[in-house]
Design a protein around this ligand. Sequence first.
Ligand SMILES: NC(=O)c1ccc[n+]([C@@H]2O[C@H](COP(=O)([O-])OP(=O)(O)OC[C@H]3O[C@@H](n4cnc5c(N)ncnc54)[C@H](OP(=O)(O)O)[C@@H]3O)[C@@H](O)[C@H]2O)c1
Length: 268
Amino acid sequence: MRLKGAVVAITGASSGIGEATALEFARKGARLALGARRLDRLNAVAEKCRQKGAPDVSTRRLDVGRNADARAFVAAALRDHERIDVLVNNAGLGWMGRLHEMPEEKVEELLATNLAGVIACTQAALPPMLERRRGVIINVASVVGFRAAPYSAVYSATKYAVVGLSHALRGELSGTGVKVCVVYPASTKTEFFDHTEAPIGPQYSASWVARLIVRTARFPRRDAIVAPYRLVHLTEPVFGGLVDHSMGEARRLASPGLSGRGLPPSKP
Ligand SMILES: NC(=O)c1ccc[n+]([C@@H]2O[C@H](COP(=O)([O-])OP(=O)(O)OC[C@H]3O[C@@H](n4cnc5c(N)ncnc54)[C@H](OP(=O)(O)O)[C@@H]3O)[C@@H](O)[C@H]2O)c1
């Protein structure tokens, strides 16, 4: 995939990994359609993207958990930019604590945002991609999408679901020219943990994850993991045969000194 002039739609681009991904695609000269709920933040990101070299950036208020919103975001991107070459399903949120103490509305919000939002945006973006026989869908899951973390039961479940969705769809789309890839970040320094008091340990930078997402868009042949080597090594039996090529990728990207400890519970 040539990124200069490519149209890239990114959900959850107002902060963290989504913002860093938008900036990284902007540096490559991509045209951008950005969505998130905080339009002021999103417009500020759009301005930075223009300064970095994106020739054409549109923004739209988006709550991916609302099916109509997700479909309208994709429709607006198609209207504004004529096509979508890359869809990055990045919008997501977490909640840490014991499952039986998790408020019902938080359960619903996580399922709607992290899973239903990915499904809705993908369903809307697929028909024109299939018609053009061209397109890349990148789903931002998490390392807890293959190794679940205690005190993140619903979050882990949504990320496992995103991985299942992606791999099923990859088979379904085989031979169509449309590719589906999963990116599995480990703990990354963003606003994601702002609402928890849990100590979080060493973290990757959002720009590090963003560079991997951009590389995945250029070479959409395999999934990619950003994780400490020890974590990836421990899960190799689980991953073997599933996305085995990404193991080499993870080894290459692993930063020495990071540990693969699980996350502790949030304080009440
Ligand atoms: N940080 C980590 O350690 C880590 C590790 C593994 C995976 N991830 C995944 O990486 C992705 C990005 O998270 P992040 O770390 O960059 O956190 P972040 O800084 O909190 O960013 C989350 C983004 O998602 C957007 N968002 C949340 N709910 C949304 C909704 N209903 N509709 C549209 N946009 C919504 C937020 O924008 P608005 O609030 O403006 O809507 C924001 O732009 C998530 O899918 C997360 O699960 C993160």
